[in-house]
Design a binder for this molecule. Structure first.
Ligand SMILES: [Zn+2]
Ligand SMILES: [Zn+2]
Length: 309
């Protein structure tokens, strides 16, 4: 964990966290001015995003107020990690050799799952869930811990800083375009630029844009018995008919992407060898397209382009 000086310098050096500081408003509880100055790190109930420690709950959640998300019908609500540790449990289950999913019951926030990809070069946490507790940390440690974290887009940033701290300040790789959406700034967050980042352990992040400007997928060439797997998160999204995927600017608010964005996503995925695709949700086609996923993506992109004219 960084010193006070490190955290202050980190905040001062970039635009990162400006939205977070604005959201905290007068609730900020630290005399030093750094956001993690004491108090409670509140969590938005609707998206499970955790904010910097503050004396009282933030005024708003910019991620939920964005047109891609929503504030719940009864208004903005907050919870804490301590509270959800008493009401929720994580399940960690093997999806295929070397790959484990981490999901939370009952549903927490958006309801996505995370994945742990094991490797001799250290394990990678792909995407994130809001609940991190003792049993989860113990099981992940048994599986070899976490050497690095990468998250597709801001809807799943959740409690990523808690996950990083629980595993030796593991670096969190996020595309620089998403800087303004990091609500809890921390030196563990490593912003990268460009279109591809090799993470080690044979994994690569590919920036596709679309749902978010810095949207990234994770390519795992060792997945699917060596045929390759695409860890897609929300995009391409597996449909209820798992022979189809789709692409949206907003899933809850049904805002489509335009044709150039679809063509760009397709061009980014085209060079990647993969046969299997893992999505963020268990209940959409069981959360996986087990084989032929590349052809499914191509067919679905064509279908989408025809639909939007
Ligand atoms: Zn929220
Ligand atoms: Zn999303």
């Amino acid at each position: 964990m960084g010193s006070d000086r490190t955290r202050r310098a980190f905040l001062k050096d970039g635009s990162v966290g400006a939205a977070a500081l604005a959201a905290i408003g007068s609730g900020r509880g630290s005399a030093s001015g750094r956001p993690d100055g004491g108090g409670t790190a509140f969590i938005c109930e609707t998206c499970a995003t955790q904010f910097p420690e503050s004396a009282r709950a933030p005024d708003r959640c910019p991620i939920c107020e964005d047109e891609r998300q929503y504030v719940g019908p009864d208004g903005q609500k907050w919870t804490t990690l301590e509270a959800i540790r008493g009401t929720h449990r994580n399940t960690i289950r093997e999806e295929e050799p070397g790959l484990y999913s981490i999901s939370t019951e009952p549903r927490l926030g958006i309801g996505q799952r995370a994945f742990l990809i094991r490797s001799d070069a250290g394990n990678t946490l792909w995407d994130c869930v809001g609940l991190i507790d003792g049993p989860t940390v113990a099981r992940v440690r048994e599986l070899g811990g976490i050497a690095r974290i990468a998250i597709s887009h801001p809807h799943y940033y959740t409690t990523m800083i808690e996950w990083s701290r629980a595993f030796g300040d593991a670096p969190i790789h996020i595309h620089e375009a998403e800087g303004p959406w990091v609500m809890r700034p921390d030196p563990a967050v490593r912003f990268w630029s460009g279109e591809r980042l090799d993470l080690g352990a044979g994994l690569a992040l590919i920036r596709t844009g679309g749902h978010f400007e810095g949207y990234q997928v994770l390519h795992w060439p060792g997945g699917a018995g060596g045929k390759g797997a695409l860890m897609a998160g929300d995009q391409p999204q597996i449909c209820m008919d798992s022979r189809q995927v789709s692409f949206m600017y907003s899933y809850p608010n049904y805002i489509p992407l335009n044709a150039p964005a679809i063509r760009r996503i397709r061009a980014c995925l085209d060079p990647l060898p993969f046969d299997r695709l893992y999505g963020a949700f268990f209940l959409r086609g069981k959360g996986v397209i087990p084989a032929g996923a590349k052809a499914t993506v191509e067919r679905s992109a064509d279908r989408y382009l025809r639909a939007i004219g």
